[in-house]
Design a protein around this ligand. Structure first.
Ligand code: DX5
Ligand code: ZN
Length: 224
């Protein structure tokens, strides 16, 4: 098995009930969830708009979950400071949105936040070659970003294996996250190939109670 660490499930709030966001966070925490995934969209990098620092900041006061913030925004440098102040634990920028990726990654680390980089499905792993050791996590997008509920793009599986190999070769301890179309059905293979964190939106929130759904994912990850 590629991965000895227990998999982390990071539910994507995009699929949660926005009218009860605070309660959703409480329920996730009570269900044994440790990470929660915030999909920030700007209507420019992706054709959809969601939420930004004020919403995250308000929720930070209520929740001690690990805030995994996925920035699907153009020129994220403009907002790193604001997201740090809002209470992000990790900031994940898209390589496609950063002209000077090393600068952006260094700035996130300087702000005391864990730096991560996301790649769209078509983007080669090559862009990570030199920055990989600086990254706490790499996010492999397994759908084109912008919407929840899309189908997993099959070639993403191979990309996870290749990234795992690259991390080993660099002797780095970077974590691998996979986001988009993740379900209990593809969980086992993703973990086998080296995924450490799985984001799930529609396949998580549509199946309460959350504690039982978490168990379904954990059992799938363990091949049970
Ligand atoms: C897509 C987002 C994903 C999405 C996942 O742009 O980055 O986090 O919400 O949702 P599902 O699990 O429904 O594909
Ligand atoms: Zn996401």
């Amino acid at each position: 098995m590629e991965n000895q660490r227990p998999v982390i499930i990071s539910p994507s709030l995009l699929a949660s009930d926005f009218t009860r966001l605070g309660q959703e966070l409480d329920d996730l925490e009570k269900a044994g969830i440790s990470w929660v995934h915030w999909d920030v969209m700007d209507g420019a990098f992706v054709p959809n708009i969601t939420f930004g620092p004020p919403v995250i900041s308000a929720c930070r006061k209520r929740s001690s979950l690990f805030f995994d913030v996925h920035l699907m925004i153009e020129n994220p440098d403009r907002y790193l400071d604001e997201f740090a102040k809002a209470g992000a634990d990790l900031l994940c920028v898209h390589a496609e949105a950063c002209l000077h990726l090393e600068r952006t990654v260094s700035e996130i680390a300087r702000l005391g936040i864990r730096p991560a980089v996301s790649l769209n499905p078509h983007t080669s792993l090559n862009v990570l070659e030199y920055v990989l050791p600086q990254l706490y996590m790499v996010l492999i997008m397994s759908v084109n970003p912008g919407f929840g509920g899309q189908s997993f793009i099959p070639f993403s599986m191979d990309k996870v294996s290749r990234l795992k190999k690259m991390i080993r070769e660099k002797d780095a301890d970077t974590l691998i996250q996979v986001d988009g179309g993740v379900t209990p059905d593809n969980t086992y293979e993703l973990v086998q190939r080296g995924a450490d964190i799985l984001v799930s939106g529609s396949a998580f929130f549509a199946y309460p109670p959350y504690r039982e759904r978490l168990e379904v994912f954990e059992n799938a990850a363990a091949g049970r």
